[in-house]
Ligand binder design. Structure first.
Ligand SMILES: [Fe+2]
Length: 379
């Protein structure tokens, strides 16, 4: 397989991407989960999301329930089936809890559907207008890797809390936020030799261009390896790294994911903060568990990344990783899997000029993941 040269020089605006959609941002991420009520409580109590909207039996739904929670620009929809045997049940049976929908905010959902279908997309949902007293939301959708889908959301004529069919959800319990701002990127794991296929899908069907790639020399440890390419839309608001496994001496984290998720799917969401020390301190206090790196990581990290604004001590106490590219540096940390299956996790990222994804941390990070895999007997 051809391996592209790694480049950390990222264009300010990705001029190669033909932004015919264009995408205004991530509208929401919907997870299919076994128990939406308890999942919503977890994202509120542990992650500081705020209650926003609800749909279920009380709003006229017969077979499913959804809770919508929000923190700044990040909106999660947590959906569970109320009856047996439906599509949501099958999704949970196959994958466990996981991301079903990465919804993208557009100006024109009908046009987004027509344009992506014309370029070879597989239809998930034909355009449909949902209406209530607050106006109209237009949705359409296409398939991407695995059973994951993209829903295009047009909401310029809507003033309600989320979308028609949902009512405001305003419980007494509203824990304080933890300073999470927006989704920086969302990473997909795909199977052996499928990375290029899905990068081409984002290029051809959605007009994305490739930002950067890593080969297995960048991302390998003694035991495991993977390859990764980052696809971005034209205005850079949507970034989708795509990973595939590469040969290593033992089972890679991507293979472990594919095995437990039963195929391709979302591996992690990276959530941005303006103050990673405060955010991660709050998350740890609320019980969120992060991967730890050995103390030796901090002994020479400043030789690698140069001087930074933060004191090193709180970063090393919390296990926050540091990397630098031509444009600045970034701080990042990764949770352990947040679900029962060792599938999805969350990254917290603070960018201080850097536009890259933490390549310099991959080795330390993957060795930490391997320690966890070894404890699960899946290395
Ligand atoms: Fe990431």
């Amino acid at each position: 397989m051809a391996r592209d040269k790694t480049s950390l020089k990222l264009p300010k605006e990705n001029t190669e991407a033909a932004d015919f959609l264009p995408l205004l941002g991530t509208d929401y991420v919907e997870l299919y989960v076994g128990n939406a009520k308890q999942a919503a409580h977890y994202y509120m109590s542990a992650w500081g999301f705020q209650p926003l909207a609800y749909a279920g039996l009380e709003t006229g739904l017969k077979d499913k329930v959804s809770y919508v929670v929000q923190q700044d620009k990040i909106r999660l929809v947590l959906t569970s089936p109320l009856k047996s045997g439906g599509d949501i049940n099958k999704h949970i049976d196959a994958h466990g809890d996981g991301v079903k929908v990465i919804a993208l905010w557009v100006d024109d959902a009908r046009d987004s559907y027509v344009e992506t279908m014309k370029r070879g997309a597989e239809s998930y949902m034909e355009p449909r207008a949902l209406k209530d007293d607050n106006g109209e939301v237009v949705l359409s959708g296409i398939h991407t890797y695995g059973e994951t889908v993209h829903v295009f959301v047009e909401r310029k004529k809507y003033s309600g809390v989320f979308m028609p069919g949902f009512k405001e959800w305003n419980p007494f319990y509203k824990p304080s936020d933890v300073g999470l701002k927006y989704i920086d990127h969302m990473v997909g794991n795909v199977g052996w030799n499928e990375m290029d296929k899905w990068c081409q899908f984002y290029a051809k069907v959605m007009g994305f261009a490739q930002l950067v790639s890593f080969d297995d020399k960048d991302i390998s440890t003694e035991y495991t390896a993977l390859m990764s390419k980052v696809m971005s839309n034209g205005n850079g608001r949507i970034k989708f790294p795509i990973n595939e496994p590469a040969d290593g001496r033992k089972k890679s984290q991507i293979e472990e994911y594919i095995e437990f998720y039963n195929g391709a799917g979302v591996q992690h969401m990276a959530l941005a903060t303006d103050n990673i020390i405060e955010t991660v301190t709050a998350l740890k206090n609320r019980g969120v568990e992060f991967l730890s790196v050995p103390a030796s990581y901090y002994e020479n990290v400043l030789d690698r990344v140069g001087s930074i604004d933060e004191d090193l001590l709180p970063l090393s106490d919390l296990g926050i990783l540091i990397d630098r590219d031509d444009e600045g540096y970034l701080l990042q940390i990764f949770t352990k899997p947040i679900l029962d299956r060792p599938t999805m996790f969350i990254e917290i990222i603070q960018r201080k000029g850097a536009k890259s994804f933490g390549k310099g941390n991959f080795k330390a990070l993957f060795e930490a993941i391997e320690r966890e895999q070894a404890s699960r007997g899946t290395l």
